[in-house]
Write a protein that binds this ligand. Sequence first.
Ligand SMILES: [Zn+2]
Ligand SMILES: [Zn+2]
Length: 95
Amino acid sequence: MTSRVRPYIGQCGFCGQGLLRVMRCKSCQAVIALCDECELLWSDPVQVAQDPQVRSSGAFPACPHCGTDPSEFEFLNVPQLGAYNLESYIQGLSF
Ligand SMILES: [Zn+2]
Ligand SMILES: [Zn+2]
């Protein structure tokens, strides 16, 4: 199917270029939002989906919950977002 296409929940309100991807920390299972351009991240994907100008949780990408670095993050696909009740925040799909 379209497993290589990744959903995004908005556009980054800070760099204006990146798309906000929902990722899960493999270490603590927390779900977070990450800009794929400037790598700001938000500990609450719903909050930033509703307001792209909301303050980010960190300028240096690391899990805001456990401090793990982003190499331990995994992209969530559409069915996985559905499992977290985030499906309604998906704005589109892109590579
Ligand atoms: Zn950005
Ligand atoms: Zn974590």
